[in-house]
Design a protein around this ligand. Structure first.
Ligand code: PLP
Length: 367
């Protein structure tokens, strides 16, 4: 087969490579998904949906009651007004990112993103023939409005903001988010705001850029918030008639998100939220155990305010990751997320406290 050059240009996620060769006793701190089960009331809603025969296609943009619940969620939690008709339900945030990038970017146009940032932004930009442009992060691992402004060119079509961030866990301040949203708006650049980690916040505040500008596609998912990564259910909000364009892509690649998962997501968004708090509290304890351990070892770490990742500096991140793998701790080299990450490695605290303590024991003497 003669594959397209856009496809050939993309590499398979190097996160997978980090797991290869891991021994059976290795502590895996490489995975980016919560280690909790989906809360029972959410699973019940899905079971009921199956029993009620909700097994056909749904409207392309999702069930109207879910669109309404998402619209209310945006208002309640993010202080952003999206009408239910401005909401599209997608197969995870992953699909929403693809919709946004493919609907916006023409061949040769540029997409700004943090360097380092979540791998999909770069790969999806390549996939549509666009050009990813990395924005170096400041020493607190955040994107500064000035660095953004300096990299906008006439070819810039979109900028991806991810706060709290994967891989750094850093949280942009309200002033930064506002400034970036306003700069983008002034220059005709669409903000794609990836907010999947919004609820994993231990200090600081999560601020949606859509509060400050209209030219924003806000992307979120139930994946991380409710420990539902396998349910493949995300959503986006976009103002005005943006959905008309986004819908064309969604309609032909996906038709609609899973009907069963939509019923589950409705229960997640409208039901009790104490499960989210319980997960956040547990992640904070784990983050603090690791941060204290690293401090004792003298590891250079900016303790992040959010997500469930730490991004310590280790001189040569690739070398650190392979030494740690040899010692039985799987982490991801920071270079996997862009050249700006090469001195770092990423670890996820999505493993039990016992496993984290064990990982710290193994890391002593190596870092
Ligand atoms: N955005 C970020 C920053 C992520 O880290 C991930 C998954 O790791 C996703 C989006 C994808 O989310 P989903 O599982 O909902 O497709």
């Amino acid at each position: 087969m003669r594959f397209s050059s856009c496809t050939k240009e993309i590499e398979i996620s190097s996160i997978r490579k980090a797991f290869e060769g891991a021994g059976p006793d290795a502590v895996n701190l490489g995975i980016g998904q919560p280690d909790f089960d989906t809360p029972a009331h959410i699973k019940e809603a899905a079971i009921k949906a199956i029993e009620k025969g909700m097994t056909g296609y749904t409207p392309n943009c999702g069930y109207p009651d879910l669109q309404k619940a998402v619209s209310e969620k945006f208002k309640r939690e993010n202080d952003v007004d999206y009408l239910p008709s401005e909401i599209m339900v997608t197969s995870g945030a992953s699909e929403a990112l693809f919709l946004a990038i493919s609907a916006l970017v023409d061949k040769g146009e540029e997409v700004l993103m943090g360097d380092p940032s979540f791998l999909a932004y770069k790969a999806l930009t390549h996939l549509v023939g666009g050009k990813p442009v990395g924005i170096p992060l400041n020493e607190d691992l955040r994107m500064s409005p000035q660095a953004v402004e300096e990299r906008i060119t006439p070819k810039t079509k979109a900028i991806v903001i991810c706060s709290p961030s994967n891989p750094t866990g850093a949280v942009q301040t309200k002033e930064e988010v506002k400034a970036i949203a306003e700069i983008a708006s002034d220059r005709g650049v669409t903000v794609i705001s990836d907010e999947v980690y919004e609820h994993f916040l231990y200090e600081g505040e999560h601020v949606s850029p859509a509060r400050f500008a209209d030219d924003v596609i806000t992307i979120n998912a139930v994946s991380k918030t409710y420990s539902m990564t396998g349910w493949r259910l995300g959503y986006l909000g976009a103002k005005g008639d943006a959905l008309d364009q986004l819908l064309k892509v969604h309609q032909y690649i996906q038709a609609c998100a899973s009907s069963i998962s939509q019923a589950a997501a409705l229960a997640a968004l409208t039901g009790p939220q104490d499960c989210v708090k319980a997960m956040r509290d547990e992640f904070k304890v784990r983050r603090d155990i690791l941060a204290t351990g690293f401090k004792e070892m003298g590891v250079d770490l900016k303790v992040p305010q959010g997500a469930f990742y730490l991004f310590p500096k280790a001189g040569n991140g690739d070398l650190a990751a392979s030494s740690l793998a040899n010692a039985g701790v799987i982490v991801v080299p920071g270079s996997a997320f862009g050249p700006g990450g090469k001195e770092h490695f990423r670890l996820s605290y999505t493993a039990s406290r016992d496993k984290i303590e064990e990982a710290l024991r193994r890391m002593r003497g190596i870092l």
